[in-house]
Design a protein around this ligand. Structure first.
Ligand code: 13P
Length: 343
């Protein structure tokens, strides 16, 4: 079983490919659609996701797997194919977000606990029957000036992540562990060094909980934030972000983990690409493969180019192909500003 999970993990992170995250909750996708003045109806969400998923070039050459929202799993293209099947025909692997979101943590003002463990075993068995091969669970940790995060909030989230991962492995589904330290925090002006300290602690707690839950490290992927300064305090250079992120991961992530696929977390699309490329460039060799599992950094340009109109589908896809190609170069450590402007 672990060997099979390891194969899925390696297929998701190998060959200069990465993951496209289109699993936005209804609140989040509404925010994204608000930016292009589009109502968030089921039909518009379907149309948007069809525009992305039907780009054969992006899906077959650069995107190893897609994280679906539950709604998308059962949706079909206008020609009547399940999106899941569309993906499989181009060799990309379908996955799904299985947490049900982060809710206020009672007793800990300003902190949240990700929920969704109730009934998860049954849902995972159903997902496995449907052909989904991996699942994602995201916890969110905020940084503030007066003591957040608390040890208790970090630990409770780590324990939920570990329970979810153990259930996934039992069902033969690869768990993708996403313990995100938010860039926007409260008020989001923390330094890169504070982000380093909190990320290190969050990852240490996550791997301790995973170990205690007998989760096999070979059969999971990590989807972390980069070590970066808060959204209101951007100062660090590309090299500093790359160097501190790698240092933090080396201190915390076991070598048995096959791969690390970063979230973009509110970085601009180009920053997310440049940071990943800097980590992969040069003669560095790490125990894990480093790639992308981006939501906004892959989608924003495509969403704007599409603008909610069927006549703009090709424009949206062109924007997606470009970003996916740039991130694929970054996964190989080969992205450059020239590549950005010449393609
Ligand atoms: P971003 O890349 O926009 O952070 O999204 C990744 C993701 O999956 C969030 O859970």
């Amino acid at each position: 079983m672990t060997a099979c999970l390891e194969d899925i993990a390696c297929a998701l992170v190998g060959g200069g490919k990465g993951i496209l995250a289109i699993d936005e909750s209804s609140d989040t996708i509404k925010k994204r659609f608000d930016a292009i003045s589009l109502e968030s109806t089921e039909e518009n969400r379907r149309d948007y996701r069809e525009m992305l998923l039907s780009s054969v070039e992006a899906m077959s050459q650069y995107i190893s797997g897609v994280i679906f929202h539950q709604e998308t799993i059962r949706q079909k293209s206008l020609k009547g194919s399940l999106f899941m099947d569309l993906l499989k025909t181009v060799g990309s692997i379908p996955g799904v977000k299985v947490d049900i979101g982060a809710r206020p943590l009672a007793g800990f003002p300003g902190e949240r606990l990700t929920e969704g463990l109730d009934g998860l075993r049954k849902r995972l068995n159903e997902y496995s029957r449907l052909g989904l091969r991996f699942a994602k669970w995201r916890t969110v940790i905020s940084i503030d000036h007066v003591g957040l995060p608390t040890m208790a909030a970090v630990r409770k989230n780590a324990q939920a992540l570990a329970r979810y991962a153990a259930l996934c492995q039992e069902s033969g589904i690869l768990p993708v562990i996403e313990p995100e330290v938010l860039m926007d925090g409260i008020p989001g002006d923390h330094s890169i060094d504070r982000c380093y300290e909190v990320t290190k602690y969050v990852l240490e707690e996550a791997f301790t909980a995973l170990r205690e839950a007998y989760v096999k490290f070979e059969g999971l992927l990590l989807k972390p934030n980069m070590v970066i300064d808060g959204k209101e305090a951007r100062r660090a250079s590309i090299d500093e972000v790359a160097e501190k992120t790698i240092r933090c991961l080396k201190q915390t992530v076991p070598a048995a983990v096959p791969g690390i696929a970063f979230l973009s977390g509110g970085q601009s699309a180009e920053e997310a690409t440049a940071h990943l490329s800097a980590m992969n460039a040069g003669s560095n060799s790490y125990p894990w493969v480093l790639t992308f599992s981006y939501g906004r950094a892959l989608q924003t340009a495509a969403l704007i180019a599409w603008g909610g109109k069927r006549k703009n589908v090709l424009d949206g896809q062109r924007a997606l192909i470009h970003r996916a190609k740039m991130n694929s170069l970054a996964a190989l450590g080969q992205w450059s500003q020239d590549a950005e402007s010449s393609s």
